[in-house]
Write a protein that binds this ligand. Sequence first.
Ligand code: F6R
Length: 615
Amino acid sequence: MCGIVGYVGYRHVLPILLDGLRRLEYRGYDSAGVAWLQDGSLHRVRCEGKLDNLARLLNGLQDVPSSIGIGHTRWATHGEPSEANAHPHTDCTGSLVVVHNGIIENCYSLRRQLQREGHIFKSETDTEVLAHLIERYMDGDLVQAVRDALMEVEGSFALGVLWQQDPDILVAARRQSPLVLGSTEDEGFLASDIPALLPYTRDVVFLDDGEMAVLSRDRIEISRIDSGRTIIKGPQTISWDASMAEKAGYRHFMLKEIYEQPQAVLNTYRGRIVPDIGEVSLAEVEIGLSPQVIRGLKRIVLLACGTSWHAGLVARYWIERWVGLPVEVDLASEFRYRHLLVDKTVLTIPISQSGETADTLAGLRKAKELASPVISICNVVGSTITRESDGTIYTHAGPEIGVASTKAFTSQMAALYVLALYLGQIRGRLSRTDLRGKLSALVDVPEMLENGLESWHERAKELADTFYTCSDFLYIGRNINFPIALEGALKLKEISYIHAEGYAAGEMKHGPIALIDRDMPVVAIVPQDHVYEKMLSNVEEVRTRRGIVIALGIDGDRGLARVAQHVISVPQPRDPDVNPFLYTVPLQLLAYEIALAKGCDVDQPRNLAKSVTVE
Ligand code: F6R
C-alpha cells in the first residue's frame, strides 16, 4: 500500500507529482508529501490527510523551476498519520529524501544502531531508517550508498531516493513491493502503479525483486541490488490509456466501474471461446499447463484474498462439476502458513486484481516451491504475480481505481468460468453440447447486465433511502450464490461501515437466526435454481420471526413477492450457473447507494487501500 511517484525531465515537476499521486491515491490516503530540487536545494511539503490538503499547500507553486522530484501518498503502518510521519523522509543533513512503500521488518534494531551512531530521528516510521542508513553509507556515490544500505534491510520496499548533491538522477529499488518505470525521449518516471504513468507514456518497465534503477533525463539503468550486475530490459507497452483511469462523468470510480461490468466480462471471455462450436482455447496457459499436465491433475487449489477469494469460492462449484476434481479455496494469508499437501499434481490458481497482494504472492511462491503448476487470474499486466506464474489468464477489466472491487470481481468470475470449461474440455468431462450451452449462457451475461443496470440502480436508491440508518445486515444465499452473499456483505461493510455478515442460508438455524428482529434487514439471494425451495423456506423463517427481507429473485416471482417485503428483480438466465454474475451487480449498487446516503467516501473508505502489498 502507499503510492510513490518520481519524475526527472524538463517539465515543471510539481503538477506531475501531484497528478501521479492523485492516480495512486487509492493505494493510501492518510497523509501525503512531495520533495523537489530547486536552485540546488531540496524543498519538501507534507501534510496529514488526503491529497486535497497537499494540493492546497502546493497551490501557487505549480510553476516552481524544478524538473526533478518524488512524492508519496501514505497508508500508515509504522506511526500514526501525521505530518511528521508523512513521506518523503530525510536524513540528518536534510539533503537526501526517500519515499517508500513496504515494511522494513528490522527497522527497530536498525534504528537503535543508527541512534547509537548519532543519527537523529524525527518520525516514528520505518522509512526514516532508510534515509539514515543511506546517509551512513554515503561517500559521494548515491547509487552505491543505496545499494549498501539495502543490503542491511529486511522486509519489503519500493522506494525512490533524491539527493541534493546529485541533482540529475533519481534512484529506485524494489523488493516485494511493486514499482514500475516509464520513460519518454527526455524524461524518466517511477510509480507504484501504471495509472500514474499513463498520461505521459505507455512504455513501461517493471522492476523485479532485488533490482534497482537509476533514472535520468535520457536513460534508465537497471541493475541487481546485491551484485550491481546490469540488467537489460525492454519496455512493455500497456494497452490502457489515461482516460480509462478517469471517472468519465460518473460521480465515483466505483459507480463507473460497476457500469463497466458488461464490457469487462465481455472483454474477458472474448477471443477465448467459440460458443457455436463449443470450444475454449487458452493459448496463454498452454506452455505452463500442457494438456498432459491437466490430465494428470489430482486437485486444484484456488488462492486469494477478500473479494478475489469470493470469486474463487464461486469457481469451486463450476470446477467440481465440470472438471471433476476436488477443489480447495484458501485465503492466501492462511494458505501460506499451513502444512501444505501440494505437489506437481495439484494446480494452484492465485486470483488477484492487482497482482501484487503480498499474501497471494507468498502463497504462490510456496506452491511453486512444492512443484505445483501455477496459473494465475490477474488484471494487471506485468504485475509480480503474473511474472512468477507459469501462465496467466488476464481479466481485461481495465484499471480498477475504486478501492472496493467490482468489475475485477465479475471479470475474475468470467475468467474462472472459462478456465473451468477449458479444464473440463481437456479432461474430456464435457461434451460439445455441454460446452455450447455453458458458453452461450456466459455470452448472454453482458447484455443481461446492461439491461439490468439502470433499474437495479433505481431500486438500490429506493432501498438505500429506507435502510441506510440500519446498523446491521445479514446476507444469505445457497450453493453457488453463497459466495455472492459474502461478497454483498463485504461490499456493504467496506464502503458504508455498516456491520454486515454473509451466511450460507442453511446455516441460519445454527446460530444467526437468533439475530433476526425488525431492525436487521436480511438480504436473500433467491434465484430459481435447484435450491430455490430451500431458500424460500429460509426467507419464510426470517419473516416468521418478524424479520425484514430484501430478496433478489427472478422477475415476476410471485412466491417470493409473497414472503419478502422488498424485492429486487433479476432476469432468469438460460443456465443458473451464470447467476453469480447477475446477482452480484444489484448488491454492489445497493452497497454504493447506502454508503452514499450515509455520506461515506465511497472510493476511499477509511483504513483501506486498494493494493495490499504488505502482510
Ligand atoms: C474488496 C477488495 C479486497 C481485494 C483484496 C485482494 O472490495 O477490493 O478485498 O479483493 O484485497 O486484492 P487483489 O485482488 O488485488 O489481490
